[in-house]
Ligand binder design. Structure first.
Ligand code: ATP
Ligand code: MG
Length: 500
């Protein structure tokens, strides 16, 4: 019995075994003595390539720590993150020492003291301890200064959870209470929040991104400062705003961000501002445009078990972006938004291009926004017509996009008024119809027809030219409308001249 308890304790509670060790000052332990990573609350150990980098630098007489995202995620039990290393070695020394240890080293950011070593195929960034000078443009420090104390380096970092360092022998260095903030689920600025956001306005969006990703909230004083600093996002390069917003989108918590951090989202994408508090004056809408949008963002997560396609998440955010600009009131006092999907598609494209997002993501999002109100019926014809529209906009993606479009429609339907939710049931019939068409490989482009341009030339005796394409287009149309099957003989018959 007692043997059994011992085994369980060892297996399940490894931390307890080190409780005694933790109570003594771990910095005083002899060099080379390692305490289990678990005793510091880390969910996993540093990977071997990072240990090699630390030991090469320390073997040469410098100090080196794992820092930032890896420490945070290891403490949070999140999937392992790339390891970044911070060191007292000047970058030229890091380069020399790591090369001498046999690693490839690239000068990836020497102005900021960064080199990247490649160890066992894994890149690892090594940066000299540094602090940043004044910021005159709310983003870039006017100078960086290399320092010798790791604590100074930690103090220039943005949030307490990102300002921790770990070393397998010296343990966790956490001067700002990052571990406690992780446990309390809060994002808190290191130092004076207003000053930190004033230095670099991008931190405003980073705070929201980390909060969204980790399901945390922003600590009160940090939050006040963040709201005050949000307008300074106007000074930040659109591309950086795009990356951070995309991170919020990828967290699956855009609904929370829209409602809890509205000012920040409006500063990042000014077009969102008009959605805030916008009463739709419609019996079909119980919510303002912003609240409705947030609900649609949440619904796409729920209907896809938390793994919606990237474009679907963007489309949920932007599908009604043009409602405020297309709004009209009729003489009964009812609101209408004629043309908002088409106008919204244009706005979505403008916004996403401005944010320098990838082209393919933009074209997929734009077609989803444009078709979100497109009337679909659970018939072969209606599904095929939609597939062809999707294929035209995003070649090669029609089959995947039709499911995204249906999920967007379903999410839209359940986010209006309770009586509109019944449309979600009709949408389920669309899913089955789409599945049927895709199973039968419904042709979505002329190249999927059972005959080719050459067949058209041979059968009709036409000269090569654009007319051949028109014949194929009309055949695709006929197949789409169910007038002819996509079978070789049937299609050839369609284009043959009747026997005289
Ligand atoms: P992610 O998983 O998002 O990459 P990360 O923590 O690695 O998380 P990075 O943006 O890669 O974040 O930055 C690495 C570290 O550098 C952060 O953990 C933080 O300590 C620091 N840092 C990055 N950007 C800033 C900033 N704008 N202001 C202050 N510190 C920053
Ligand atoms: Mg990173």
């Amino acid at each position: 019995m007692s043997r059994r308890r011992g085994r369980i304790c060892q297996k399940v509670l490894p931390n307890r075994a080190h409780a005694g060790i933790l109570s003594i000052n771990h910095f005083s332990r002899r060099k080379g003595e390692r305490v289990s990573f678990a005793s510091y609350g880390l969910a996993y150990d540093l990977p071997s390539h990072a240990l090699s980098v630390l030991s090469a630098l320390e073997g040469a007489g410098y100090e080196a720590w794992a820092v930032g995202g890896w420490v945070r995620d290891a403490l949070a039990g999140a999937p392992a993150h790339d390891v970044d290393v911070t060191t007292s070695a000047p970058w030229q020394e890091s380069e020399r020492v790591l090369k001498a240890a046999g690693f490839a080293v690239h000068e990836t950011g020497t102005a900021h003291g960064t080199v990247t070593a490649v160890v066992g195929g894994e890149p690892i960034e090594v940066t000299t301890y540094r602090v940043e000078g004044t910021y005159s443009d709310h983003r870039h420090p006017d100078e960086v200064r290399f320092v010798t104390d790791v604590r100074e380096d930690l103090a220039r970092r943005d949030f307490t959870i990102n300002a921790m360092a770990y070393h397998p022998e010296r343990g966790l260095l956490d001067p700002f209470g990052g571990k406690e903030d992780l446990a309390r689920h809060v994002i808190r600025a290191v130092g004076e929040p207003a000053a930190r956001f004033e230095e670099d306005a991008l931190r405003v969006l980073r705070a929201v991104r980390f909060a969204a990703r980790m399901g945390f909230t922003v600590e009160e004083r940090t939050h006040e400062a963040l709201i005050a600093a949000a307008p300074s996002l106007a000074n930040i390069a659109q591309e950086r705003i795009g990356q951070e917003l995309d991170g919020i989108i990828a967290s699956g918590r855009m609904a929370w961000a829209l409602l809890a951090e509205t000012e920040v989202l409006c500063a990042a994408v000014p077009e969102i501002t008009a959605m805030v508090g916008f009463d739709q004056h419609s019996p079909f809408h119980a919510y303002t445009v912003l609240e409705h949008t947030a609900r649609v963002c949440r619904a796409v997560e729920e209907f896809t078990a938390g793994v919606p396609a990237h474009a679907l998440r963007w489309a949920a955010l932007l599908h009604d972006i043009a409602k405020p600009v297309t709004f009209t009131l009729d003489d009964k006092g009812r609101g209408h938004f004629y043309g908002h999907p088409r106008e919204g598609a244009k706005m979505a494209e403008t916004i996403m291009r401005r944010l320098a997002l990838p082209k393919e993501l933009i074209s997929q999002t734009v077609v989803l926004v444009r078709l979100h109100d497109h009337y679909m019926m659970p018939t072969a014809r209606s599904i095929r017509r939609t597939l062809v529209k999707l294929e035209k906009a995003c070649p090669g993606h029609a089959y995947a996009l039709i499911y995204q479009l249906i999920d967007l429609k379903r999410s839209d339907a359940v986010s209006k008024v309770p009586s509109a939710a019944h449309y979600a049931v009709e949408v389920d019939a669309l899913t089955s119809a789409a599945r049927r068409e895709i199973r039968h490989r419904a042709p979505v482009k002329v190249s999927q027809l059972a005959i080719s341009g050459r067949d058209v030339l041979e059968t009709t005796g036409m000269a090569p030219g654009p007319d051949v394409g028109m014949v194929l287009d009309s055949l695709l149309n006929a197949v789409m409308n169910g007038e002819v099957d996509n079978e070789r003989e049937a299609l050839l018959r369609e284009i043959s001249f009747p026997d005289e």
